[in-house]
Design a protein around this ligand. Structure first.
Ligand SMILES: Nc1nc2c(c(=O)[nH]1)N[C@H]1C(S)=C(S)[C@@H](COP(=O)(O)O)O[C@H]1N2
Ligand SMILES: [Mo]
Length: 325
């Protein structure tokens, strides 16, 4: 049955997990990163988690063996990118135009407390405290391929919950056709948001992105709060970000504060800056070159291997039907 087959490809481990066994050993991993579980949780989530008993870190840690058992069919064709590689090669333009210093500069971001407003064309608009939201949602770990428009890629285990679970909670109306997502606006913490352009309008902060409702409701679309069995580090978009693995990386917006359901296609940061280079849809497609480079191949930042890019980043079985004419 189609459904049974569909369950298989997006979840992971199996082959990909085996060479990265170190990440499945929590202590070893935490030691490598120089953290303790309590320290990490305390850093980002303060006492709120501690007061209710089980910390978010414990919840995330508990997912690993659990999900591996529940989903023996996890499959991704490449090994996991080491956490330390993914964590020092980031795009987060609020902090830097480079990739190697984001992990340092993003430390300035205050992630506690954090609220997420979900509003627009919904019957039950709500502003969630992110800690409470995370506790209410069904967390799981998923290993996804991730492909930046700049032709580099990685394979990482995200922790999060399906975007559609959040949408269900606010009851979208029938007029809702798009979701508009917005990142924080804090020039005092993210200095590039305060830059005055030499000429022209400058960058359209805060960062915004959008999906169609059907894309946001797709089973692949995740709201992420962790990766590699850890609470999401700041450079990866703490405390809450989106991952749409069949689209170029910029669609996977970080550190979101607002989700609005709209009838019209929303403007987006990169589309405003370069409409001919960064379309609204932005599905990974090896046959559609970026105006300035080919998208036929990609460089895996972990293995450094050059490999052919797959249509929809390898997720055609799950999303192909969204784009059939
Ligand atoms: N708010 C915000 N979200 C963002 C970006 C950004 O600059 N600002 N960069 C995007 C791009 S281009 C990529 S490739 C991914 C990178 O995610 P990572 O650093 O977690 O790998 O984040 C996306 N989300
Ligand atoms: Mo990107």
């Amino acid at each position: 049955m189609a459904n049974v087959h569909l369950k298989k490809g997006w979840h992971l481990p199996d082959r990909a997990a085996t060479p990265e066994h170190v990440f499945y050993n929590r202590r070893q991993f935490l030691a490598t990163m120089g953290f303790t579980a309590a320290g990490t949780a305390g850093l980002l989530y303060g006492n709120a988690q501690a007061a209710t008993g089980r910390s978010l870190q414990d919840t995330i840690t508990g997912l690993r063996p659990l999900d591996a058992e529940r989903n023996p069919a996890f499959k991704v064709d490449s090994p996991l990118t080491p956490a330390a590689v993914a964590g020092k090669y980031n795009n987060f333009y609020e902090f830097s135009r480079h990739k190697d210093d984001v992990w340092v500069l993003a430390e300035k971001l205050t992630t506690e407390p954090w609220s997420l407003e979900v509003s627009g064309l919904v019957a039950k608009p709500r502003t969630f405290d992110v800690n409470e939201l995370i506790r209410a949602m069904p967390l799981e770990e998923r290993v996804y391929r991730f492909r930046c428009v700049e032709a580099w890629s990685m394979v990482v285990p995200w922790v999060g919950f399906p975007f559609r679970e959040l949408l269900k909670a606010v009851a979208p109306t029938s007029q809702a056709k798009y979701v508009k997502m917005t990142t924080f606006m804090r020039p005092a913490e993210a200095p590039r948001q305060g830059l005055k352009p030499w000429f022209g309008p400058g960058e359209p902060w805060p960062f915004t992105e959008g999906l169609t409702m059907a894309e946001a409701m797709n089973e692949l679309t995740l709201i992420c709060v962790g990766l590699y069995g850890q609470i999401l580090p700041k450079q990866h978009g703490a405390p809450i970000r989106v991952i749409a693995p069949w689209k170029y990386g910029y669609k996977s917006i970080k550190s979101i504060v607002k989700i609005e359901l709209t009838a019209q296609q929303p403007p987006t940061f990169w589309n405003i800056l370069g409409p001919s280079e960064y379309g609204f849809v932005s599905n990974v497609n090896p046959k559609v070159p970026h105006p300035r480079w080919s998208q036929a191949f990609e460089r895996d930042i972990g293995t450094r291997e050059r490999k052919p890019t797959l249509l929809y980043n390898g997720y055609e079985a799950y999303v192909g039907n969204l784009y059939k004419a």
